[in-house]
Design a protein. Structure first.
Length: 484
């Protein structure tokens, strides 16, 4: 019988949610939605020194910003909670007791010094570097006496001596074989009773009836050990799917040296959540090999594990910027205006009260700015000239557009021509300035650029004539005079 799909994303709250983890979350979420399954969010917070409530809150905030919702987990609950490992110690203790009873776990009394001596001897003799199972050979009476005496010990998994090769039928990488003979009796619970990662995550996955484990391939080496624990607990083994790493453009593992790596850093750098979601989804998965714009709804209905590539993905910021620009241009104008507002407010250019007092004026900004944007961070610099009483001229722009006698003379003539206009609209302004350029015998580009720098402070701005309409006649003439 086919089990209903249950997948989980289990981040460790030791830092920000990075894009590698975000992609893993996206794939799990999309797979659950496409199969009508359940997406579980679990917080693996067993590192007490680095796990913080602030990091957990940041992870939840980042997932929600990306548009990912979970069916079970923090702030929602569910039938298999709690959903943070620090609250599940009783579950690990109960699972360990079951394994003690069925003989799949045994105590190891070897000290750290003993283990280092064994490792050194093994390396010197080209032997296996894993634990030599000394304590597994102790007779039951000796074990009972040492436990009764309170001697410090860990608990190890007793790998079955007759266990054949461990075969992982990976949904992405295909069949991978691990010789069971190479598996040592690894530690399940430390001396203080806390569970190791490979034990705790299996207990959680078993308790939560996870059917598919979709994660980065840096966990592939953990998989055979975890399969052994699933078997020792008498639980079915979920299907694994290991995702290749994300590399930078230089072919090295993506890191801070490549720029932003956390979800919230990309948010702060002006990327839209739907664009980042789309881009990350395509880092290793494709809809049909051609389509690049994949909405959240399409992803939720069409995602499948068999479309995931086993080749490493290359993170290309320029492609992300292009995709972000596509989403900006396709956004309904009213929605863009609303999403533009926070960037203007944060830059100190306006207030929400002003925005809602004269929404029509702000709506006229939308077509001027949205067609040219790659990031939302470009909004405030591009529109700053419209909100300032006075502007500072960029020295490089002045040198380029206003340094020649011809340009300054043309600018003075433009001021005179604009002052005489009877109506102040884009078409009238454009006609007047084109006619002026022809009568002066200067290239229109020279005249337009001089006016642009004088009125906006930069050689780059929204469309010139529409910008002058928004700026107004008085401000336009005042800025031309100031520039001269």
């Amino acid at each position: 019988m086919t089990r209903p799909t249950r997948v989980r994303f289990a981040p460790s709250p030791t830092g920000a949610l990075h894009i590698g983890g975000a992609r893993t979350a996206i794939y799990n979420w999309a797979f659950a939605r496409a199969t009508g399954g359940t997406f579980v969010l679990r917080i693996d917070d067993t590192d007490p020194e680095r796990s913080t409530a602030e990091n957990t809150a940041q992870i939840l905030r980042s997932l929600r910003w990306l548009g990912l919702d979970w069916d079970e987990g923090p702030e929602i609950g569910g039938p298999f909670g709690p959903y943070s490992q620090t609250e599940r110690s009783d579950r690990y203790a109960a699972a360990l007791e079951r394994m003690k009873v069925n003989g799949s776990a045994y105590p190891c009394f070897c000290s750290a010094a003993d283990l280092e001596t064994k490792r050194t001897a093994a390396r010197a003799g080209d032997g296996a570097a894993g634990y030599d199972r000394t304590c597994r050979r102790l007779d039951p009476d000796t074990v009972a006496a040492r436990l009764q005496a309170g001697e410090p010990h860990v608990w190890r998994l007793a790998v079955p001596a007759d266990r054949g090769d461990i075969v992982v039928d990976d949904a992405v990488r295909g069949e991978t074989v691990f010789p069971a003979s190479a598996m040592d009796d690894f530690v399940l619970a430390r001396t203080d009773g806390t569970p190791t990662y490979n034990f705790a995550t299996v207990v959680d996955d078993a308790d939560m009836e996870i059917t598919h484990v979709v994660r980065g391939d840096d966990h592939l080496s953990n998989t055979p050990r975890q399969i052994l624990v699933f078997e020792a607990l008498g639980h079915f083994v979920p299907r694994f799917a290991h995702l290749s790493m994300i590399w930078g453009a230089d072919g090295k593992k993506l890191s801070k040296r490549h720029g932003a790596t956390s979800v919230e850093a990309f948010r702060d750098e002006g990327f839209l959540p739907e664009a980042l979601l789309n881009y990350l989804a395509l880092l290793g998965w494709s809809l049909d090999g051609e389509t690049t714009i994949v909405s959240r709804d399409v992803l939720a209905s069409a995602f499948s594990l068999d479309r995931i590539s086993k080749n490493p993905a290359i993170f290309d910021v320029e492609k992300l910027e292009w995709m972000n620009g596509v989403y900006i241009r396709e956004m309904p104008p009213a929605e863009f205006a609303e999403r533009m507002l926070p960037w203007l407010v944060e830059a100190g250019l306006t207030t929400a009260d002003d925005f809602y007092r004269r929404p029509e004026w702000y709506m006229t900004l939308v077509p001027l700015i949205s067609e040219r944007l790659k990031r939302m961070t470009e909004i405030a610099p591009a529109l700053r000239f419209l909100f300032a009483d006075a502007i500072e001229l960029d020295p490089a722009a002045v040198e380029k557009a206003l340094s020649s006698d011809e340009a300054r003379s043309a600018l003075a003539a433009a001021g005179d021509a604009l002052r005489e206009l009877r109506s102040w609209d884009a078409e009238t302004i454009q006609t007047a300035l084109r006619d002026l350029a022809e009568s002066l015998g200067v290239k229109p580009k020279v005249l337009f650029q001089a006016v642009r720098v004088a009125t906006t402070g930069s050689t780059v701005s929204p469309p010139l004539f529409e910008s002058l309409v928004l700026l107004g006649r008085d401000a336009t003439l005042a800025r031309i005079a100031a520039a001269l």
